[in-house]
Write a protein that binds this ligand. Structure first.
Ligand code: PMP
Length: 404
């Protein structure tokens, strides 16, 4: 698998455990961007010349491939720059006109800042109430709280599919059904940043209204993201940014906007990135979900087993007998143990291992469980091997020894 990722040719001993921050890119994705820039670099939907036609066609096909990948229709796919931009688009284009003073927005205590701050700021601006689905001491969402939390005033619930700290997979379909039963008018947005590269998605079957994800965590390029909008939800939204490419007619004092998704994509879009994202999807499809899931599950089991052999290592998240992915955050609790940033620094310098250290954009969650100096997070991708894990354990033992 590593042979598919050119970065390993330039860094043969790199051990990359930060796929939750961004995944590495296979050659087919890198080549796709290069092909665009060297063979048909032109703007889309504007030029009548040949290379513009090819660029437009590839870009449009990419939207269809992405739609098929999550079982949506292509008109339900808005291209953005990433998960953060997708969530902000909903907070603005839907939130501005639907959230009023006294309304309620519900999120969870496990959210990434990108699915917390936009709702917090909207609530502050509109004098709405922000409520949280609590997380239990077992690191799972407390779904028994839903009947109390969801009221006739609940306008939207925004939750993550997979926690980027705990690694937990939330039962989204069950949660959506429970919410819609309590209040059929409540919309549900799911942050799919951490799910989309690890298991197949069917947005229709999940019953969500919005689903957001980033290309760069899906073995695709940076600068491209997706917002799925259930077609019927478009009627309660309107654009908040305007410009070329998003209109059908413009007069001196009025404009007729194009239909969705185009009215939400003013200006020149990230053309090369959108095209290359479809190559990332083809790459995943070529390997097959079955292999990806099995490989990551085996590695997660092995990682758990090995981490448990280190004394005073406390995991922020549930054990692997729960629905979870290979995103494992931990801290060492013995006095004089290395802090997360010491670990990250030493294992990088001495062993060329990349892990994430700190709060992983989820500060309130870390504080809730008393991990006040953050955690070290190991997150797995399809290129990781048991050998990588052995090297990680060796590096952790080395770091612990230095500090003791
Ligand atoms: N939500 C979650 C759960 C994430 O893990 C991340 C990325 N760390 C984001 C949102 C934000 O993604 P992006 O930076 O690509 O917008």
């Amino acid at each position: 698998m590593k042979n598919n990722f050119p970065i390993f040719q330039n860094n043969p001993d790199l051990v990359y455990f930060d796929s939750a921050a961004t995944s590495l890119k296979p050659a087919s994705v890198v080549l796709s961007e290069m092909e665009y820039y060297t063979q048909y670099s032109a703007n889309i939907h504007r030029g009548l010349y040949q290379i513009s036609g090819k660029a437009s066609e590839s870009y449009d096909q990419s939207r269809q491939i992405i739609a098929d990948f999550i079982h949506a229709d292509s008109e339900e796919i808005i291209f953005t720059s990433g998960t953060t931009a997708s969530i902000n688009l909903v907070a603005q284009c839907w939130g501005q006109q639907n959230i009023k003073s006294g309304d309620e927005i519900v999120i969870t205590q496990t959210e990434h800042h990108s699915n917390l701050v936009p709702w917090q700021q909207l609530a502050l601006a509109k004098k709405a109430k922000l409520k949280y689905i609590p997380v239990t001491s077992d690191f799972l969402l407390n779904l028994k709280s839903l009947p109390k939390l969801i009221t006739p005033k609940t306008k939207i619930v925004a939750l993550t599919h997979v926690s980027n700290v705990l690694g937990t997979i939330n039962p989204v379909k069950k949660i959506v059904q429970a919410i819609k039963k309590l209040n059929p008018q409540t919309l549900v947005l799911v942050d799919g940043a951490q799910s989309v590269a690890h298991f197949p998605l069917d947005v229709k079957s999940l019953g969500v209204d919005f689903y957001a994800f980033s290309g760069h965590k899906l073995y695709g390029p940076t600068g491209i993201g997706v917002l799925y909008v259930n077609r019927k939800t478009y009627s309660s939204m309107s654009p908040t940014t305007f410009g070329g490419g998003a209109i059908t007619e413009v007069f001196w004092h009025k404009t007729i906007l194009d239909h969705p998704p185009f009215c939400y994509e003013p200006g020149t879009p990230p053309i090369a990135q959108a095209i290359a994202l479809s190559q990332a999807i083809k790459f995943i499809q070529k390997i097959g979900w079955h292999k990806i899931i099995q490989h990551e599950q085996d590695l997660t089991n092995y990682l758990f087993q090995k981490l448990n052999s280190i004394s005073h290592l406390k995991i922020l998240g549930p054990g692997n007998n729960n629905p979870r992915l290979g995103v494992i955050s931990f801290a060492l609790t013995k006095p004089k143990s290395p802090a997360p940033h010491d670990i990250g620094d030493i294992i990088s310098q001495k062993f060329n291992i990349a892990v994430r250290t700190g709060f992983h954009c989820a500060m309130p969650l870390h504080h809730l469980f008393g991990f006040n100096t953050g955690t070290t997070r190991v997150s797995l991708g399809i290129y990781n091997t048991p050998k990588d894990i052995d090297k990680l354990i060796e590096s952790l033992n080395y770091t612990i020894k230095i500090f003791s």
